[in-house]
Design a protein around this ligand. Structure first.
Ligand code: AMX
Length: 466
């Protein structure tokens, strides 16, 4: 016990969460254990764990699959494995068992900051453990050192017409990074299956590290705001992203990005972007190809593009109804949206049946930093009206707001008003969850995904006399 007295606060946190002795011992040396070193310890244990689960339960059934599920976008179909995050319909997301408020309380923060650093969230997603301040700092530095883009990728971005949607540019640039893939190279050289995770880990670290430079370059090219600054290797990921976008001097915006990246990172395995990355990765496409595909799914208006759609919808509402519309006018506007055969963007969810805690976290941020902002007040007013209207309309299973109902208002407040860019920020964050999945899928030897499809004729015949 004598040695405990000299431990720092962050070291004591590790002692509390109960890491094995090996992780604890590394404090005797000055260098913290790296994420890759920790993973190398965890992977063999998890392989054994999965083997044991399959040996004991492998032939057991989850239950029935109904014809409606086959026609209905596979809602609720148990078909995927992912330990990083689990979504409860009532409670919302937990990252490795931790709610958003728990992540806010427990993950390391920047000096003087109060939001979690996404570096810590990535560590948590990958290992299930809360890292030390030193481990998070080392991750910030490692990403900063890996952040440079190959020149040809910069040129590809620069050659995109500014009228090409930022998400298409983003996906093109990420896909082009496959030129540098350590995994693709190792596969060509005949790497053994049991070693796949090593180069996939390297690619995932490169992928995450390079996203701020891609996003910053697209932002500045499309919206014409000047030359890109260099990455500051002494600063954290969110600071560098903010700085590349031209907002490095706004500490509250940097804090917002820390929260934003943390909460958008992962939403269990079945959502379009997470599942697409997993699916494409299962063909042993490298992480750049897999995440490029994720981005194309995220770019859809029913998924990540909803944050752009919300802002557009709010702006149209404001221009039609004025800055401080009555509740009656807002109600009428929502009904007009529904009667026009459109969805109310930012409301509803395929799994959630309550207000999204990611919405709540952003609302709390707004209450702290921009309580009197008129757009924030409008979002709050809609929150009091839209669920009632959606319930009355009687179609949506979940009338409550999701993550996208709030994010654009916060970005707009700090001057990031270009709504076509919002999904790019969602994409930067979603890379954290997809990368963590890809690493574990290759570590556990996840096979090629190949579910069975049926024709309507076959379904009719199958159940003709039942
Ligand atoms: N406005 C209007 N109608 C809605 C609605 C909304 N916000 N949410 C659901 N509905 C409708 C559906 O379109 C569907 O209509 P249909 O029977 O005519 O096809 C019906 O209600 C039943 O849908 P559901 O089972 O409640 O939802 P779902 O699982 O099929 O879809 C989602 C979920 C998110 C696509 C849907 O709620 C929606 O379109 N929301 C608006 C877009 C949005 O905010 N997307 C972002 C989601 C979060 C994210 O991924 N980033």
């Amino acid at each position: 016990m004598a040695s405990l007295r000299v431990l720092s606060r962050s070291q004591l946190r590790i002692a509390r969460v109960g890491l094995p002795h090996t992780a604890f011992r590394c404090y005797a040396t000055s260098k913290p254990q790296t994420l890759k070193e920790r993973l190398a310890e965890l992977i063999p244990k998890e392989i054994d764990n999965v083997k044991a689960i399959r040996a004991e339960h492998g032939k057991k059934a989850f239950g029935q699959v109904t014809v409606d599920q086959v026609y209905g976008g596979m809602r609720g179909l148990p078909a995927l494995l992912w330990d990083g995050s689990v979504l409860d319909a009532e409670e919302g997301i937990r990252f490795r068992g931790k709610t958003i408020p728990e992540c806010q309380a427990e993950l390391p923060k920047a000096p003087g900051g109060s939001e979690p650093l996404p570096e810590g969230l990535f560590w948590l997603l990958v290992t299930g453990e809360v890292p030390t301040d030193a481990q998070v700092k080392a991750l910030s530095q490692e990403w900063a050192h890996r952040a440079a883009l190959p020149e040809f990728v910069e040129e590809i971005i620069d050659r995109c017409p500014p009228s090409l949607h930022p998400m298409s540019q983003f996906s093109i640039a990420v896909t082009a990074l496959n030129h540098e893939s350590a995994f693709a190279k190792a596969y060509q050289e005949g790497i053994s299956k049991k070693d796949y995770w090593g180069p996939v880990f390297e690619d995932c670290m490169d992928l995450i590290a390079k996203l701020p430079n891609i996003a910053g370059r697209i932002y500045r090219n499309v919206f014409g705001s000047g030359k890109l600054p260099a990455i500051d290797t002494s600063k954290d990921y969110s600071y560098n992203l903010a700085n590349l976008l031209g907002f490095g001097d706004k500490e509250a915006f940097v804090e917002l990005l820390r929260l934003y990246i943390t909460i958008h990172s992962d939403h269990e395995g079945g959502n379009v972007s997470a599942h697409t990355g997993k699916l494409v990765g299962s063909a042993l496409s490298d992480p750049f190809l897999a995440f490029g595909a994720s981005l194309n799914g995220l770019a859809g208006p029913l998924h990540g593009l909803a944050n752009q759609e919300v802002l557009l919808w709010l702006m149209k509402m404001k221009s039609k109804l004025g800055d401080a519309p009555t509740d009656e006018a807002v109600r009428g506007y929502i009904w007009d949206t529904l009667n026009g055969g459109q969805v109310v963007p930012g409301y509803g969810h395929a799994v959630l049946r309550k207000t999204d805690p990611r919405y709540t976290a952003q609302r709390e941020f707004a209450l702290k930093h921009l309580p009197n902002d008129s757009l924030f007040k409008l979002v709050g007013q809609i929150y009091n009206i839209a669920p009632e209207v959606l319930l009355e309309a009687g179609k949506a299973k979940n009338p409550w707001p999701n993550v996208d109902a709030h994010s654009g208002v916060l970005l707009t407040y700090y001057g990031l008003t270009q709504m076509q860019f919002y999904t790019v920020l969602f994409g930067v964050s979603r890379a954290f969850g997809v990368a963590a999945q890809l690493i574990w899928d290759r570590a556990l030897g996840a096979p090629l995904e190949r579910p069975k499809s049926y024709s309507s004729e076959a379904i009719k015949k199958m159940f003709a006399n039942k």
